[in-house]
Structure formats: C-alpha cells, structure tokens
Design a binder for this molecule. Structure first.
Ligand SMILES: Cc1cc2nc3c(=O)[nH]c(=O)nc-3n(C[C@H](O)[C@H](O)[C@H](O)COP(=O)(O)OP(=O)(O)OC[C@H]3O[C@@H](n4cnc5c(N)ncnc54)[C@H](O)[C@@H]3O)c2cc1C
Length: 387
C-alpha cells in the first residue's frame, strides 16, 4: 500500500526547506525527504550563509540578486529573527583593478554604502545560521531522513516514489545531484567548497568580504573566545555527490574528499582571512564541505520540467532551430524543480521558493530568465548543430 501525500519534496537543503515553508501555507500533506540523517547536510550545511549584495553594472543577474536579497533579508528577519545577524558587510577591493571596478560601479549601486576601513560598508549584509534556518522553515512538514529516492515514475495522475510513496505533485530540490532527472537539457555543475569555523581571540563586529568572507564573531563565554566563520573555497572536481557533512564528521572517517585538500583549504582560508584582519590564537573548530549547484548560465532554474522527448515528437521542427514558444513545450505534469542556486542559495532560495509555490498553487508566471524552459530552448536549438 503506497503512502499518499499531496506534495513530496526530495532534498532538504535550503531550496527544499524554503519550498516546504511556502507550500505549508497551502497544504498539510507534504513529505520532505532526504538521504542524509538531517536537514542541511549537503551544500546548505557548508554555506558560510552570508547574504551579500552583488556589485556591478546593470544586468539581469544583478537585478535578480538585488530583488532576492531584499526579499530574503526581510523574510529571515520576520520569520527567523534569532538566526540572522544583520550587521552589515565591508567589501574590500582585493587590488587596484578591483578598486577601479568598484569606482565604475558607483552609479549603479542598489544599496546605500559608505567608505569604511579599507573598503565599503553595506548595511544590507547579513549572515544566517544555516542549519537553524532550515529547521525553522521545515518545522511544519513531515520529514523522512536517511531515505534515498532512486526511482520516480508517473502512474495515472500521480508520481510514485520508490514504489513506496505516492504524490500528486513532486518537487525536486536535490542540489548538485540531478540523477533523478533524465533530461539532457537539465545540466548542473558541482562547484565544491569548504567553509571553516575558528576560535580566535580577535573580535570582529561586522562581516567582511575580500578574497574570502570573514564573519562577525560570537563570543563564547565559557571558553572566553570568539567564534568566527571563514568561507569559502571553490573546486571544480568530480567528487562523490553523496558525501555529506554529517558523514564526514570532521574527517574522522575516510572519504573520497581528501584530507589533504581539506587541510590545504583550511590554510588557504586562514591566510585569506588574515589579509582582511589579523586573527590571533586561531584554532579550527569545524570544517564543512559541499557541492554548490551551478547552472550553465548561472541563473537558477525553477518551474515545471519539460518532457523533451514528447515535445520534440510533437514539434519535430524545433530541432531545426525554429522559434520556440513556451506554450509549445510539453511539461511533465506536476513535476517541478528548484535548482541552480550556485553560491547564493541562502540569498535566492526563499525568493525562488515563493515564486515556485505561487506558480504551483496560483499559476502565477515565472520570469523567463529563471524558468527551466530557457534551458530546453537553448538545448533544442543546439541539437540542430550536433545532429
Ligand atoms: C563552502 C560553501 C560556502 C557557501 N557560502 C554561501 C554563502 O555565504 N551564502 C549563500 O547564500 N550561499 C552559500 N553557498 C551556497 C549554498 O550553500 C547553496 O547554494 C545551497 O546550499 C544549495 O541548496 P540546495 O538545497 O539547492 O542544495 P543542497 O543543500 O545540496 O541540498 C540538496 C539535498 O538533496 C538531497 N538529495 C539529493 N538527491 C537525493 C535523492 N535522490 N534522495 C534523497 N535526497 C537527495 C541531498 O542529500 C541534499 O541534502 C555556499 C556553498 C558552499 C559549498
């Protein structure tokens, strides 16, 4: 007998938890599944979880990040006030070229700033507690951990998950692991990275960003020391996407993510952080790693998945590069994704989840630049060349 839900969400990182939060306003029949033993054990557990503005000349990606950071900052302050520290961020140019760029961006700043120390202070900058945020967002939905989804299939008008669960709607928020999606146009690159927490006698009152991010510190009374995070490194490596932060357990167990890499990343991060502020009596107290899920054009991908085979069968001329209208694309009924949030998952996810849920429930439009459809359209046009 299949257990039935109205919605099943696969993946309990910030994308899945944000989706669970907005969906729970409409339904009490939601199951959130993850193969890890808890929430936020993939990329979401590794994030320094800084919310920092994107600087630059006007473009659609910057507009998206600006809209999302405004939305998410307000959202976290209202819904998870204990887990956001809105203490601002000082952006420090890393060299003269960077400083020149900053000067050229001045007419296009989306947020107030002032010159401070050797950089520019933006009071929009925040840091959130990644695990606690996910916990609060997913609190009202049923959760199933240590459960790997290996099979999804459509039967009648429902999605069957591992032949065990049945749901009218299935939402995949699986981050860098897109093995459940058998569609060539849906592509994600994993960009692995490491964040560390350190004890230091140096107090820091704001967040900083130069070549790495250094967080404000929290004073730990019983140790008479400050706790500070430093993030993050970037590696485009082919790694086992099932590695999670819990199973690493501070690298006590052997894992394919090499201890040598972790050690080198610690040294690198401490050295980059010292270039921002000299940190005294440093002791690394936690290491987290994770794969950022980056789309090919760096924009996120949300909405219904397109069934490429059925679409092309119905409109074979699409592969000759004909113009493709969204209405022509045939979706998999009630199969949705929220993915490709890259290095800004905590900035983008609440904003995107709100958009996705409004689309699912109220059929509201999703902007073209964040809709899955664009990936199919580009892919199908290219398939003419490769044919
Ligand atoms: C080192 C580092 C630092 C970062 N710093 C920041 C930052 O400062 N600010 C910021 O906004 N973002 C930051 N990010 C990016 C942010 O962490 C990601 O964008 C975000 O966590 C992605 O969330 P997600 O939910 O899409 O993916 P994930 O958190 O990876 O969640 C996906 C989940 O899906 C589960 N899953 C996958 N397949 C299956 C399956 N078949 N069955 C069951 N479960 C499955 C996985 O176990 C995983 O838990 C950082 C990332 C890294 C790695």
């Amino acid at each position: 007998m299949l257990k039935e839900y109205k919605y099943i969400i696969v993946g309990a990182g910030i994308a899945g938890c944000s989706t669970a939060y907005f969906l729970s306003k409409y339904s009490d029949s939601i199951l959130l599944i993850d193969r890890n033993c808890d929430l936020a054990q993939g990329a979401s557990g590794a994030a320094g979880a800084f919310l920092s503005p994107l600087l630059g000349k006007p473009n659609k990606f910057k507009d998206l990040v600006t809209e999302a950071i405004k939305f998410s900052t307000k959202f976290y302050l209202e819904n998870t006030p204990k887990d956001i520290t809105n203490c601002g961020v000082v952006r420090i140019p890393k060299n003269q070229e960077d400083e020149d760029k900053f000067q050229s961006y001045k007419p296009y700043m989306d947020f107030e700033y002032e010159q401070m120390e050797s950089g520019y202070y933006f009071d929009i900058g925040s840091q959130v507690n990644s695990y606690n945020i996910c916990k609060v967002l997913a609190k009202d939905v049923e959760k199933l951990f240590k459960y790997e989804v290996t099979n999804i299939e459509k039967k009648d008008d429902s999605w069957i998950v591992n032949n065990k669960f049945k749901a009218k709607n299935l939402i995949l928020t699986t981050g860098a692991d897109i093995s459940l999606i058998d569609e060539d146009y849906f592509n994600i690159r994993a960009v692995w990275g490491q964040k560390i927490d350190i004890y230091t006698s140096t107090k820091t009152t704001k967040n900083y960003h130069k070549e790495c991010s250094l967080s404000h510190s929290t004073y730990i009374d019983e140790k008479n020391i400050n706790l500070t995070s430093i993030g993050a490194t970037h590696h485009r490596i082919d790694e086992d996407l099932k590695i999670c932060n819990h199973c690493l357990n501070s690298f006590k167990n052997e894992s394919s993510y090499s201890k040598q890499r972790a050690k080198e990343d610690c040294e690198k991060l401490i050295s980059l952080a010292n270039d921002i502020k000299v940190l005294e009596d440093v002791e690394v107290c936690d290491i987290k790693i994770g794969p950022r899920a980056s789309s090919l054009d760096y924009f996120p991908m949300i909405g219904q998945l397109i069934d490429s085979k059925t679409t092309i069968e119905k409109y074979p001329h699409l592969v000759n590069g004909s113009h493709v209208k969204d209405e022509m694309l045939i979706n998999f009924d009630n199969l949705y994704v929220l993915n490709g949030v890259g290095g800004r998952g905590y900035v983008l996810s609440p904003y995107l989840a709100k958009n996705l849920v409004e689309n699912i429930i109220n059929k509201s439009e999703i902007k073209a630049e964040i809709k899955v459809h664009r990936m199919f359209k580009r892919w199908v046009k290219k398939s003419k060349i490769t044919k």
